[in-house]
Design a protein around this ligand. Structure first.
Ligand code: SF4
Length: 289
């Protein structure tokens, strides 16, 4: 390639970060809480990984913050409950073990707990639109013990639907799935109450990712492979840009993804700190240089 053509191609290559991308209010808040306690105390642990982002968890580990799976795994700790929340019994158990419990559950997740609990108390069959087994969903079920967790419209086909159904949503679910489920239910149920608990941070990131993916010939989605909201962003981008890749760190970038591209888009899940986005952007800059 001639030097002039190389420069022309470089000039045509744009890299854009989505308007809304990366760490949300709840994650920033939880990180601030953990770092504050880690600076002041020994024996600070999180109950499960603080967020679904292995790099952030490794950074916290280097500050002495360990991950435990259950309250009985440690003695006399400052035990931090993560953004996803937990069932109330776990908090009771942790206190009974003598831990100082610090609740870093995102306030928006707490709203879902309250909504699900209120609907159940009012006699609604609670449906949680979400991913069965996801920690946030398990925490919500802990506040509405008879709830059904529904991850696709097809899962409703074999259910005998009661007259009163109340719907809440895992905060990171897609609006499309909620709409599909509500459309199915509203023609089959006499009394349907829907509390849309999808977090605005999630919808903003999904909307911005969709818009950007439609303009780009390569999309990079950054975030934990175990992060539900990052996986959702990946799926959304893939619909409009087949050259979409989900990475956790810049080491996974491949130069061939960018060959012939004019516009590269970057988005990131709500558990990805802003500094990780900048690291990936710089790495792409270097790869295409
Ligand atoms: S995505 Fe929303 S609900 Fe989830 S932690 Fe972030 S702010 Fe809270």
């Amino acid at each position: 390639m001639s030097f002039v053509r190389h420069i022309q191609e470089r000039c045509r290559m744009n890299i854009t970060i989505a308007e809304f991308a990366g760490a949300c209010f709840g994650v920033e808040r939880a990180l601030d809480i953990v770092i504050k306690y880690a600076d002041q105390r020994d024996n600070v642990v999180t109950l499960g990984p603080l967020i679904h982002n292995p790099k952030v968890v490794a950074d916290l580990d280097s500050k002495g913050v360990r991950v435990v799976e259950k309250p009985t795994d440690v003695d006399d700790a400052t035990l931090i409950v993560r953004t996803h929340g937990v069932v109330p019994e776990i908090i009771d158990e942790a206190k009974a073990c003598g831990h100082d419990v610090v609740d870093a559950t995102c306030p928006y997740v707490k709203k879902v707990h309250l909504a699900a609990s209120r609907l159940e108390n009012e006699g609604y069959q609670v449906i949680i639109v979400g991913e069965s087994g996801h920690p946030e969903v398990e925490g919500i079920v802990g506040h509405a013990k008879d709830a059904w967790v529904i991850g696709a419209v097809s899962e409703l086909a074999n259910k005998e639907l009661p007259k009163k159904i109340g719907v809440v949503v895992q905060t990171t679910q897609s609006q499309d799935l909620l709409q599909d489920i509500v459309s199915y239910l509203c023609t089959r149920c006499e009394n349907l109450k829907v509390i849309n608990t999808i977090c605005q941070a999630t919808s903003e990131r999904q909307r911005a990712a969709r818009t950007l993916a439609g303009e780009c010939d390569c999309m990079i989605v950054i975030g934990g492979k175990n992060s539900a909201n990052t996986t959702r962003l990946y799926e959304i981008c893939l619909q409009d840009c087949t050259n979409t890749h989900h990475i956790e760190t810049s080491d996974e970038l491949r130069v061939e993804w960018f060959k012939g591209c004019n516009h590269i888009g970057i988005t990131a899940g709500a558990s990805t700190p802003q500094k990780h986005i900048q690291i990936v952007k710089s790495a792409i800059d270097n790869l295409v240089a």
